[in-house]
Design a protein around this ligand. Sequence first.
Ligand code: CTP
Length: 397
Amino acid sequence: MVIRDKNIILGVTGGIAAYKALELTRLLKKEGAVVWPIMTESAKKLISALSFETLAGNPVFDDLFRPTGGTGISHIELADRADLIVIVPATANIIGKIASGIADDTLTTVVMATGARVLIAPAMNHRMYENPIVKGNIEKLKAQGYCIVGPGEGELACGWEGKGRLAPIEEIMDGVGECLSTKDLAGEKVLVTAASTREAIDPVRFISNASSGRMGYALAKAALRRGAEVVLVSGPSALPVPPGVTFVGVTTASEMGEASIRYFPQSTIVVMAAAVADYRPVKRHPTKVKKVSSLLTIELERTQDILKEMGSKRNGQFLVGFALETEDVVDNASRKLKEKNLDMVVANSPRGLSSDTNQVTVIDRENNVEAMPPLLKEEVADRILDRIVKLKKGVLK
Ligand code: CTP
């Protein structure tokens, strides 16, 4: 699920295990990834570019000075587009170049220019692997947040036995999943609101809406998995409290406002996914309202717009709102983005309210508009967080 629709650059370097990258391409495609192969000159001496092009369904990027194979995509655009770069196999040479910041071919240039995470699967002779310079380079990359998978132990292409074999492809696939969802929100304090609020009419009746809370809970869980500290302020919901989050259960809009504003100053990212009541009864009857008259009028007053208040008080927080729209989606949602002083707004339709899936359009302060297909809310959550990470890093402009 994490891999589906992700843009994965597959860097292939000149190790004997280069042929195993073909199997990786096949598995990545099977999981729904969009694979962009890049081959180094040495890799092309060992294996044909055509095999990668055929399996990936995309041309091989191998010439820094030629926008690739008729796609018109430059290496910088490719670096921007990537969700992950996977280098399989990674020789001592490529590891050394990346660790030293060298960018002298397509692969190293794309690695230097990307905001995406990079997974490296080393494969080399055991003495090379044990060389303190290579070991030091791998440690340096680990410390920079690179994902390293393997190497494994066993028979090596050079005839020796030892540590240096490319990790099994299944292990690299697991590493891809983990690296894609690893800690790109580490250090962030994320406040998520979820579900509906209830505004009491009398002790047994209330005004509410059909929000299940699933979108907000999915956002809280995904943010936690990606390394953030998460506070979840939730209205009534049947969903289990995600382990690991700081949970604040509330009922009314005013309670949600109080809890959210309390956690707001220390938050770095706020996602208001709750469907907060816009109005509440002016009067809450202390006893059950009896059916005495044929017409009953309930007078309503506006609740506090929590998000708008945050927008006016913000001090470095990244603010995301939701908008429920039935028509003129982009115009209406963009207006809310400006009125509430937000960084991003996620527009959805009422159909998503109590469903497992959601079809959303994300609009950000840079006027980027992304209309997503209908997806499980868990996938929508990860995609929203992907865009937040990119916008915060200034990668999306
Ligand atoms: N929101 C809020 N406080 C409220 C009402 C809404 O913080 N009292 C937040 C919601 O959590 C959501 C966003 O504001 O992130 C929705 O904005 P709103 O203008 O209420 O959107 P709609 O409900 O779609 O508005 P309208 O009915 O005016 O189209």
